[in-house]
Ligand binder design. Structure first.
Ligand code: ZN
Length: 346
């Protein structure tokens, strides 16, 4: 990802969202007119963010809790495939590892292959549960080169990507062990995005895999949560400014309830990241990212810079947020296709 400091982009983006929200409101009103069976899914309430107080969580005495030490092991396992940029043998092997771990915990796994600038890439997908779809994503590719290294001699070196790459996926892998989507009443998709992180190198753009997926969704998810750069030993997570603010508030309030002080409910960066293609399609999305990380795109983004407690803070926050009914996640949009007979005038 990269920090996006272009107000014009943001303004145009907000206008786009506003128009979409307006259209959604019209659609909801139309649905309400079509009868009770349809209105329940498309009522006016569906257009309003659910940002009320956090619901009490079910007792977690017998729940399996997210463990940071297990997540850190998953990060270490990914780094063993070094280097693992899009299209590499390391990426293929790392992707196979991720898919195997998901499958081992009872998730249905799939891949979404695509080719970009002659490079064969693939998004990784794990699905479980029934009900409205929530995507929880992270990019699993690493940047071709550590081009931000302070030492010019190192800038052609492959990028380790412990925090920027492995940390987010580590969350997805440990979540696969602890989440019970069937009990959450929703369908969870865990997604590993490919080709996120080569923006500006060799003619590549950013967020290729997430854009590919968002443009081809067979169903409209209720929302999307992105975790990226969440393992920093010095964790400080602020609201990301492109994110759906009600989701930010629900997640950060959950962290506060858990006693975590490293999620700071203050806006900070505006980041171009894998949540953007979903937001552009009117899908609520939030990005949990700690962009205050001095090793970003340097050869020093290594395993020793990330910690189990930081990963656990993020993982348990997401787990508790889901257990509380995902406060701040706007209600599902009405997406069922309706057959309306054409009126033929004789
Ligand atoms: Zn990056």
């Amino acid at each position: 990802m990269c920090p996006c400091r272009q107000p014009a982009y943001h303004t145009a983006f907000r206008q786009l969202i506003t128009r979409r929200q307006l259209l959604r409101g019209v659609a909801a009103s139309a649905a309400a007119l079509l009868g009770p069976q349809l209105a329940h899914a498309g009522s006016a309430a569906a257009t309003l963010p659910q940002s009320g107080p956090i619901l009490p969580r079910p007792a977690q005495a017998d729940a399996i809790l997210f463990e940071g030490s297990r997540a850190l092991q998953h990060a270490a396992a990914q780094l063993a495939f070094f280097p693992r940029p899009a299209g590499s043998a390391g990426s293929q092997a790392c992707g196979d590892y991720i898919l195997a771990e998901w499958a081992r915990h009872g998730w249905q796994v799939d891949t979404q292959p695509f080719t970009y600038r002659g490079t064969r890439c693939r998004n990784l997908i794990a699905r479980r549960g029934t009900g409205p779809i929530l995507i929880i994503g992270a990019h699993y590719d690493t940047r071709f080169r550590a081009d931000n290294d302070p030492d010019p001699a190192q800038r052609n070196q492959p990028y380790p990507g412990a925090n920027d790459g492995a940390s987010g996926v580590a969350i997805l892998l440990e979540l696969a062990r602890v989440l019970q989507p069937e009990q959450l009443g929703r369908t969870i998709w865990l997604v590993g995005f490919d080709a996120e992180d080569n923006g500006g190198l060799d003619g590549w753009d950013w967020i290729i895999g997430s854009r590919y997926m968002a443009e081809r969704l067979p169903l409209t998810p209720q929302g999307m949560l992105l975790v990226d750069m969440v393992g920093d030993a010095d964790l400080n997570l602020y609201y990301e400014r492109n994110s759906t603010q009600s989701m930010n508030e629900g997640l950060w309030a959950t962290a506060a309830e858990l006693g975590y002080r490293t999620l700071i409910p203050v806006p900070r960066y505006r980041i171009l990241d894998d949540h953007i293609p979903f937001l552009e399609r009117g899908i609520p999305a939030a990005n949990m990212i700690d962009f205050d990380y001095p090793y970003w795109h340097t050869i020093s983004d290594t395993l020793d810079k990330i910690t189990a407690p930081s990963l656990e803070t993020v993982g348990r926050t997401v787990q508790a947020w889901l257990g509380a009914g995902a406060p701040g996640l706007p209600a599902p949009r009405y997406t069922r296709r309706v057959f309306i007979p054409r009126i033929v005038r004789g």
